[in-house]
Each structure stands twice: as structure tokens, then as C-alpha cells.
Design a protein around this ligand. Structure first.
Ligand SMILES: Nc1ncnc2c1ncn2[C@@H]1O[C@H](COP(=O)(O)OP(=O)(O)OP(=O)(O)O)[C@@H](O)[C@H]1O
Length: 368
């Protein structure tokens, strides 16, 4: 029947829309809830990142996707196929996901070429060689094809571990803090490189990290996790500028929270005076709130009548991050170009530049 055929095709197309889909996943270990109602999805070729503090449940979530941990409830699908719910659980081998671990786990007695070819099964010798060569080219490692892991730099080993996991074309690649042994600057650089490689090969990936700059550098979508819950699933810009709750606002980027209260439509009163702008939440007049003020919301302006005193400063090359104290004792952060060079104790003029006001209702219901 033509109608039925169309319906079936539509269902298949819809199911294939997401390469990875988690629907209301819960994980309990020894009677303790570790993952609490997590849902998110990735389209083919998307890179997702689970970001959060130590112990929040990132690795448990990754292990659940990989098939090393069973969910207590919820549904998990990979490439349109249901791989886990509370009753069924496909094994890691059946899911065919790729994994890149913190310690890279390269085989020390195998050459780079053999390491990369290791996971490729069911292909002819010619097809395997072709795929290995393609991946070695992708990461510019052809010249090292016959080298052993101990003859490579840390960054080169990283690239080999990555292409070894990518070699069998896994439906999803999982990366568990793969850059954690590197210093901060190198981590961000590696994250950019890995993103480029994954994108060129069209791989769908999920990476776990506690480093937000790494997450910003690699991911299309970032999930901020806290106490087993996914607080926000968004792009980096939205997490920074429109955090959904106070935890995300505090965890992502830098900033201070100013106490205040709502007045009328789009107007609030804070320790810095009356501020007008589009509010992130529609709260009744008189509600006690906290206003998020980022360092880039405070402009250095010598003409401004509002003066603040420098209490600390971090030189960051292109700019300074100043910690300032207002006459009423309010603490602020200000990002200023580094040629605005003010020592601790000096005063300079500042201007608040906010149009979208990120506010949260205060829970303690009192000014501090
Ligand atoms: N097998 C287990 N048995 C008991 N508790 C566990 C087990 N695995 C994880 N947990 C607990 O679950 C919580 C989340 O752990 P998980 O390793 O997922 O966090 P994480 O965010 O990856 O942390 P980190 O960044 O430190 O690696 C922790 O409190 C941990 O002690």
C-alpha cells in the first residue's frame, strides 16, 4: 500500500535524523543516583561535549553511551537503532563505538600503521591499507607510518590514538579527557586540530572535559553537567551570554553577581544604580534578584563619573583582568586592553554596558 510505504519511510528517515539520542537517561549505582534524567541528541557529524566539575557524572554518561554501564531508565539510540533501555542493553562490541582514552593506550610493540589498522575488521588488505593511508594523510603522519609509539611526541601519539579509533568508521566516537596530560594552551590547540580532523572525516563525537576552553574549541554543542543533571545543552556563545541557571552562569566564564531587585518592565535596581535592558526572566516588580555582570560588560572609561579602585590584576598579554572595588564596596571584574595599565590601589573610570540583563531570583530572599 503506497500510504503505508510512505509512512514507514518517514519513520526511518526521522529515526536516522539523530546519530546519537539520549532520552531521559537515569543511572543508579549501588542505590545512588549518578545520572538524573539526561536527554540530548547529536546529528551526524556533530561534536558534543560534556563539561562539568570533577565527580559530576561525565564519565558515567560516556560509559553509558559506550555500553559499559547500563542505564536504570531511559532510552539510548545510536544511528537510529535502540541500543539500551531499562530492559535491553547492546554490548560495546555491538554498538561499535570508538573510544579514545586519557592514556591513549597505543600498542607499544606495533608500528603506527599497525596500530591504526588494528581495529579495522572485515575488509580486504587493499581496503584496509587505503583507509590507513587516508587517515595518516589526514593527520600528516605518513612519514611516521613505520615508527613505534615511543619514537613519537605526545601530540603525534594523540593523533595516532585518534585515527586508530576513527579507522573502522564508528557511528559515534567517544573521547574521555583526551588532552588532560597537556598544559592549558596546548589543550586548546589540540582541541582545534582534533575538531578539524573529525569534521573532515564526518565523525560524530562526544568528548568529556572539565576545561571549558577545550570545550569551546572543539564542540558544536556543550552540555554543562552538575550532580548528574544536564543543566544546559547549547553552543558556547549561548552558554556564556544566556546561561539557563546560576550554576551555568557561575561555571562558564568569569563574572560577579550583583544584588538588586526588579522595578517595572525591563528595569532593575542594583548596587550600581538603576539599569534598564531586556531581562532574561520575567519576574514581578519587587523580586529580589542577582544580576550577572561579565568582565566584558564593564568598560574602562576615563570620562565616566563612576570610579573604581584596582584591588588585583591579571596580565593576560592582550588584556588585563582587573578586580575592582566600588566606593560602596561592590566588587567587579573588568577586562581592559593591556595598554590601560593601572597598578593596584589606583582608581579609574568605568562604564557598565549591558543590554541583555541575565538575572536570577535570589533564593535567600535577603540582601547581603
Ligand atoms: N562504579 C562506581 N561505583 C560507585 N560510585 C561510582 C562508580 N562510578 C562512578 N561513581 C560515582 O559517580 C559519581 C560520578 O563519577 P564520574 O566518574 O562519572 O564523574 P566525572 O564527572 O567523570 O568526574 P572526573 O572529572 O573526576 O573524572 C562520583 O561521585 C563517583 O564516585
Amino acid at each position: 500500500m503506497p500510504g503505508r510505504t510512505f509512512c514507514q519511510a518517514w519513520v526511518i528517515i526521522r529515526a536516522m535524523e539523530n546519530q546519537l539520542e539520549l532520552e531521559h537517561i537515569y543511572v543508579d549505582i549501588d542505590g545512588t543516583r549518578i545520572i538524573d534524567d539526561v536527554s540530548f541528541s547529536l546529528k551526524p557529524g556533530d561534536i558534543g561535549c560534556l563539561l562539568g566539575p570533577s565527580g559530576c557524572g561525565k564519565t558515567t554518561l560516556l560509559r553509558t553511551i559506550g555500553g559499559f554501564q547500563a542505564p536504570s531508565a531511559g532510552k539510548l539510540s545510536i544511528a537510529g537503532e535502540l541500543v539500551a533501555n531499562s530492559e535491553t542493553q547492546a554490548s560495546p562490541e555491538q554498538r561499535r563505538v570508538g573510544m579514545v582514552f586519557q592514556d591513549l593506550a597505543l600498542f607499544p610493540h606495533m608500528t603506527v600503521r599497525k596500530n591504526v589498522a588494528f581495529g579495522i575488521n572485515g575488509r580486504t588488505r587493499k581496503e584496509t591499507d587505503q583507509r590507513v593511508n587516508e587517515l595518516l594523510d589526514l593527520v600528516s603522519m605518513q612519514d611516521y607510518a613505520n615508527a613505534y609509539p615511543h619514537q613519537l611526541s605526545g601530540g603525534q601519539q594523540q593523533r595516532v590514538a585518534l585515527i586508530r579509533a576513527m579507522a573502522p568508521r564508528p557511528p559515534v566516537l567517544l573521547l574521555d579527557e583526551p588532552f588532560s596530560s597537556q598544559d592549558t594552551e596546548r589543550r586548546v590547540q589540540l582541541a582545534h586540530e582534533v575538531r578539524e580532523i573529525l569534521k573532515r572525516d564526518g565523525i560524530t563525537a562526544v568528548l568529556v572535559t572539565h576545561d571549558q576552553f577545550e570545550a569551546f574549541a572543539i564542540a558544536d554543542h556543550i552540555g554543562v553537567v552538575s550532580e548528574g543533571r544536564l543543566r544546559q545543552w547549547d553552543d558556547a556563545y549561548s552558554l556564556y551570554h544566556t546561561p539557563s541557571d546560576r550554576f551555568v552562569a557561575d561555571f562558564i566564564g568569569e563574572g560577579v553577581f550583583l544584588c538588586g531587585n526588579t522595578l517595572e518592565d525591563n528595569v532593575i535596581q542594583t548596587e550600581l544604580g538603576i539599569i534598564q535592558g531586556e531581562l532574561s526572566e520575567d519576574l514581578p516588580s519587587g523580586t529580589l534578584i542577582e544580576l550577572l555582570v561579565r568582565p566584558d560588560d564593564i568598560l574602562h572609561d576615563d570620562q565616566s563619573p563612576n570610579k573604581a579602585t584596582v584591588v588585583a590584576r591579571d596580565f593576560r598579554g592582550a588584556d588585563h583582568l582587573y578586580t575592582l572595588r566600588m566606593p560602596g564596596n561592590t566588587r567587579l571584574l573588568c577586562l581592559a586592553p593591556s595598554h590601560h595599565n593601572h597598578p593596584v590601589g589606583e582608581e579609574f573610570g568605568i562604564r557598565l554596558q549591558l543590554d541583555h540583563l541575565v538575572i536570577f531570583e535570589r533564593q535567600d530572599n535577603a540582601f547581603s
